[in-house]
Design a protein around this ligand. Structure first.
Ligand SMILES: C[S@@+](CC[C@H](N)C(=O)[O-])C[C@H]1O[C@@H](n2cnc3c(N)ncnc32)[C@H](O)[C@@H]1O
Length: 186
């Protein structure tokens, strides 16, 4: 049963509300627009928390699990939708400092003796949506360049960055969803 749902900024909570309608669970949900970094300074006792595609917002993988486990009850579940480095154990690129290889990622996530219940690779799905999104971004940038030619350089730079980001994601990262259960002991 869903008890409470903390969601991310703005549009995401709108989408979450629509989804709850679709699944007829709105009355079981509470929607919040809040900075997650503030929200987790208090301890909570959710049955389950999901950290989906927020990267290293809490720091290293170990700091991430340390923070998330303050948000669930003993025996509660933690879902992390992220990934690991396929070829190396560190990547010198902005936004990827927390990423480690598979072995070290799992070591960090289980550092506090929680159980790793399940893992699902999102590699194929991620590749597919990244390609789709990049096509949309390319289309939109071309439209904007036609409408605002003075922005051409900025838009081209943005596009280059997005292409580079997709290359990194495809070549360096293996997408994975981890399901962990917080130990009943501590
Ligand atoms: C890559 S999106 C992932 C969205 C969604 N969780 C998903 O998996 O499709 C990252 C989201 O995190 C939100 N976000 C970033 N920093 C945040 C913070 N400090 N507090 C709350 N939300 C944040 C952004 O607004 C954005 O909606």
């Amino acid at each position: 049963m869903i008890t409470r749902t903390a969601t991310q900024f703005g549009i995401m909570s709108h989408v979450a509300r629509e989804k709850s309608n679709e699944y007829k669970v709105t009355s079981l949900c509470t929607f919040m627009n809040e900075d997650i970094l503030n929200y987790v300074t208090d301890i909570h006792d959710f049955n389950i928390v999901v950290l989906a595609s927020l990267g290293g917002i809490f720091g290293s993988n170990k700091q991430t699990i340390e923070k998330l486990r303050t948000q669930v009850c003993h025996g509660g579940y933690i879902i992390i939708d992220d990934g690991y480095l396929k070829k190396r154990d560190a990547l010198n690129r902005k936004g990827y400092a927390y990423c480690r290889n598979y072995e070290n990622t799992v070591k960090e996530f289980t550092f506090f003796n929680d159980s790793l219940i399940s893992e699902i690779s999102t590699a194929e799905f991620s590749k597919k949506i990244n390609t789709e999104y990049l096509e949309e971004i390319e289309k939109r940038c071309a439209e904007l360049i036609t409408q605002h030619p003075q922005m051409k350089n900025d838009l081209k730079n943005y596009l280059d960055l997005q292409r580079e980001e997709c290359e990194i994601l495809n070549n360096e990262i293996e997408g994975m969803i981890w399901l962990l259960q917080k130990t009943k002991a501590t």
